[in-house]
Design a protein around this ligand. Structure first.
Ligand SMILES: Nc1ncnc2c1ncn2[C@@H]1O[C@H](COP(=O)(O)OP(=O)(O)O)[C@@H](O)[C@H]1O
Ligand SMILES: [Mg+2]
Length: 342
């Protein structure tokens, strides 16, 4: 596991503060991301974990300013990248940052490969968006990139079409595209979810290698805590649009605090126990319209829920230095504030 002491007091590369992103449903706004704050330091790998529907993708789309227009919007908060407020930039300026300074690999078809163009053409296009290169130079650079992401015989693959490649190879090409301009930050939203376990491991290894050679920070989004163990320095656990726990990776695995994190730990698939059925967490993440308005959002699924959890809204508070938890079990002040505990 990786050590957070590699990142002493460096200024953050990305700073997200109080981010609230809402969708309009039947004329009303509902927060899919509800007051999320975090930092990413240069070269840091931050894991963002949580079940499907917890707001991970909406959070990354918010950073990239790629929310569906007229449907989703940032209501509150600041997103500062390299000292620039991204939420204030116009499309043109944001386009310059996207791909060049911040790369992304998303699962959504929007960023997947176009079946009618060769790999080389598509990769060259992303280079041309940001650099002036001759055709020959671009081809050379594309071959170099394919090689860098571990594609063998790149001089052949450059002229092939996406359907001629395996899923793992296609994901490598997507990664090549995302890192073509050497971004300082890569956002990888479930980059291995669609791949089988062996290929998953290879892709994670590739990302880690690239993080080191390119001195790149990564936000690695996944629903699988197992994926973050080897790859990340720090982890945010998200539930229902909120951060419920934040810690460095060693602390989180050795000493998980939030009952949700504990349950996620128990549902990590283990290679050596293929027979054993995964303990999945009972119940579902509440939909935006059914989000509890007060109390803890996890209360209905929490094995440790107390009566007070329905009425007192837990705050994200520091349990130990650098370890934050949003749970009444670890809040010492709630019963002293007049909301008597039984
Ligand atoms: N375009 C949209 N319109 C309305 N609700 C949306 C839209 N996209 C996402 N949501 C809702 O926002 C919440 C968070 O979704 P998402 O960020 O995709 O979750 P995750 O990536 O963690 O699986 C979910 O409740 C989802 O239904
Ligand atoms: Mg998602």
């Amino acid at each position: 596991m990786k050590n957070m002491t590699d990142f002493p007091s460096q200024a953050p590369l990305l700073e997200v503060t109080g981010l609230e992103t809402a969708f309009e449903i039947d004329g009303e706004l509902y927060n899919a991301v509800d007051g999320v704050s975090f930092n990413v330091k240069p070269k840091q790998v931050l894991g963002v974990v949580g079940e499907s529907g917890c707001g991970k993708s909406v959070m990354s789309l918010s950073i990239m300013q790629l929310l569906p227009k007229g449907i989703g919007k940032i209501r509150n908060g600041q997103i500062t990248f390299n000292g620039q407020s991204l939420e204030k930039l116009d499309d043109k300026k944001m386009n310059k940052i996207r791909g060049k300074d911040i790369g992304m690999i998303f699962q959504e078809p929007m960023t997947s490969l176009n079946p009618v163009f060769t790999i080389g053409f598509q990769l060259a296009e992303s280079l041309h968006n940001h650099f002036k290169l001759s055709k020959k130079e671009a081809r050379g650079k594309v071959i170099e990139l394919l090689d860098q992401v571990g594609i063998s015989r790149p001089e052949r693959v450059v002229d092939e079409y996406p359907h001629q490649l395996s899923g793992g190879m296609r994901q490598r090409v997507m990664i090549a595209m995302a890192i073509a301009c050497k971004p300082k930050l890569l956002i990888a939203d479930e980059p291995t979810t669609a791949l089988d376990v062996t290929v998953q491991a290879q892709i994670l290894e590739l990302l880690q290698g690239l993080q080191e050679t390119n001195d790149m920070a990564i936000i690695l989004i996944t629903h699988d805590l197992g994926v973050v163990a080897e790859t990340c320095h720090e982890v945010l656990v998200m539930y229902a649009g909120e951060v419920v726990e934040r810690a460095d990776v060693v602390t989180l695995f050795e000493n998980p605090k939030h009952p949700y994190t504990e349950l996620l730990m128990r549902s990590i698939p283990r290679l050596d126990e293929e027979e054993e059925k995964l303990a999945s967490i009972e119940g579902i993440v509440p939909s935006l319209k059914n989000m509890p308005r007060q109390g803890c959002k996890f209360v209905d699924r929490c094995p440790k829920a107390m009566e007070e959890c329905r009425t007192i809204t837990p705050r994200l508070s520091e349990n130990l230095p650098g370890h934050e938890v949003r749970c009444l079990l670890y809040e010492t002040s709630w019963n002293r504030e007049g909301m008597s505990a039984k």
